[in-house]
Design a protein around this ligand. Structure first.
Ligand SMILES: Cc1cc2nc3c(=O)[nH]c(=O)nc-3n(C[C@H](O)[C@H](O)[C@H](O)COP(=O)(O)OP(=O)(O)OC[C@H]3O[C@@H](n4cnc5c(N)ncnc54)[C@H](O)[C@@H]3O)c2cc1C
Length: 465
């Protein structure tokens, strides 16, 4: 096998954009994807929207979203901890994404057809991430990218500030490859239980990986061991609340549970721990993921009565139902007396609250008194059967640990020297921009912008040799 000019490791959004861009720049490109064809596309196939800068309203997104506002949003959620120069690159290049996707055969969803949530800052993929991934694979194939499935790259070897070789494993075939330039786009490490346990504690066995099991982070961990400069925090995870009955990996977006404001949440001892109505906006999902991670055995239960069930957003799995709270507690394995006591206290506080509340103050801001933790927002006593529960677990979406990069997507050694032929894109370098917090649609944007940039730079390097 001839060594490729540009080797792209990983076939999610970042790798596909890198491969397409490098190929369009005239380089010979191999894309190695560790998954089989049916599972190609990593976490990217679960995504649905991306964030982009636009100065005009369009059929894709309502209103405008300028560079300053994008930068402010990013600085707010990260507490200003991201690299501002890279953020400028991200934001400026995000303008071109809808046209770029269109040119690569990816269809976008137009708004105002009633099927999408309102969005001013993001555009939605028609058919979701799976359709996007399929279109980009087809486009890459048509361009002549050499795509290898079930092909895993590991054991990177460095020579000074160059990557000299890697081990390629495809089925029985195993060989050492010496590509001219490499783009690492193999995602995070959320599919590596040993690594997660080491950095995040024993409780991670109870987390559910919403995405691909292929994201084991092996090249990242090996490169860090070889003296490459890391970025981010290995103990930080992006978690959301998911149904505890979800599959251990790849459940995707449909396993999310979102009805907390319609009911109350207890731990396995039947105790409330957090205010179910305090949070609004897209960040509330992530808050519940983090909270559940601190619950005993990392499990919680969303409790609803008939009224709550009517108002809660649709969920994938049916709720566990009973006519009486004690019977529900038995089904959940919670002490019935403890659960009943929690409900009595909650209902009494709600009743008191409703009596006190004057019609003109019936807004979402009042907080019930005499309840610990307090309860914010429009809430009602849980009285009308059936009583229902959704079991909840933290759902792992991605890790916040990767490789430091510069504005050419080049990785670097801990001494600060840039690696001339090793580039990184996507989740693997996202902590440069977003070391904490999150904005909806940000990860796809990072994958597309830095994937294209890394492909462009890798091709430039390879062609100059
Ligand atoms: C359920 C869910 C919903 C999401 N929704 C959104 C959303 O709406 N918007 C958004 O912006 N983000 C969303 N995200 C996050 C986003 O999907 C990912 O962060 C992003 O797509 C990652 O892109 P990537 O190319 O870096 O990694 P991935 O898409 O994970 O791709 C990495 C690829 O590398 C391969 N690989 C791994 N190791 C190796 C190896 N050693 N050799 C070869 N190949 C390897 C894997 O098989 C995989 O295909 C969501 C994530 C999940 C789990």
């Amino acid at each position: 096998m001839n060594p490729p000019e540009v080797l792209v490791i990983g076939g999610g959004i970042a790798g596909l954009c890198a491969a397409i861009r490098a190929r369009r720049s005239g380089a010979q490109v191999m894309l190695a994807e560790s998954a089989p064809p049916w599972q190609r596309g990593g976490n990217s196939r679960h995504a649905r929207n991306f964030r982009f800068c636009h100065e005009q309203p369009s059929p894709l997104a309502a209103g405008t979203y300028g560079a300053t506002e994008f930068a402010q949003d990013l600085a707010r959620v990260t507490g200003g901890s991201g690299d501002a120069t890279l953020a400028r690159v991200l934001i400026e290049r995000s303008r071109a994404l809808p046209d770029w996707l269109h040119g690569a055969g990816v269809a976008l969803q137009t708004r105002n057809n009633g099927r999408l949530p309102f969005s001013r800052k993001t555009a939605f993929l028609l058919g979701g991430g799976q359709a996007m991934v399929n279109a980009l694979y087809q486009h890459a194939e048509q361009l002549g990218v050499d795509i290898r499935y079930q092909c895993t790259l590991s054991q990177p070897r460095l020579l000074g500030n160059r990557l000299s070789s890697l081990r390629l494993q495809q089925g029985e075939q195993c060989q050492t490859l010496q590509p001219v330039a490499v783009v690492l786009a193999c995602g995070g490490a959320q599919g590596n239980p040993d690594w997660l346990r080491q950095h995040c504690g024993a409780g991670v066995v109870n987390f559910i990986n919403r995405g691909t099991p292929e994201a084991r982070g092996e090249p990242l961990l090996e490169l860090l061991a070889h003296g490459m400069q890391g970025i981010g925090d290995p103990s930080r995870l992006y978690l959301v609340a998911v149904d505890a009955r979800s599959p251990p990996t790849d459940g995707g977006i449909v396993t999310r549970i979102r009805g907390m404001p319609q009911g109350l949440v207890v731990d396995r001892n039947g105790q409330r721990r957090h205010d179910e109505g305090a949070d609004s906006g897209s960040t509330r999902y992530a808050l519940w993921g983090q909270r559940l991670a601190s619950y005993p055995d990392q499990i919680g239960y969303l409790l609803l009565d008939a009224a709550g069930l009517n108002n809660a957003p649709a969920a994938l799995y049916p709720p566990i139902c009973a006519d009486h709270p004690r019977a529900l507690a038995q089904q959940l394995g919670i002490d019935p007396a403890a659960l009943e006591q929690t409900l009595q206290t909650y209902n009494a506080a709600m009743h008191q609250f409703q009596l006190q509340r004057a019609p003109q103050t019936a807004s979402s801001t009042p907080v019930t008194t005499g309840l610990q933790p307090p309860r914010t927002g429009p809430a009602h006593p849980l009285k009308r059967p059936p009583f229902a529960a959704y079991p909840l677990r933290p759902g792992l979406t991605f890790t916040y640990h990767g490789l430091a990069v510069d504005t050419q997507a080049r990785t670097r050694l801990t001494c600060g020297e840039p690696m001339l032929n090793l580039f990184a894109a996507g989740t693997l370098m996202a902590p440069n921009l977003c070391p904490q917090g999150y904005l909806s649609g940000l990860m796809l944007t990072i994958g597309m912008v830095f994937g294209s940039l890394a492909g462009e730079e890798a091709a430039r390097y390879a062609r100059s040799r």
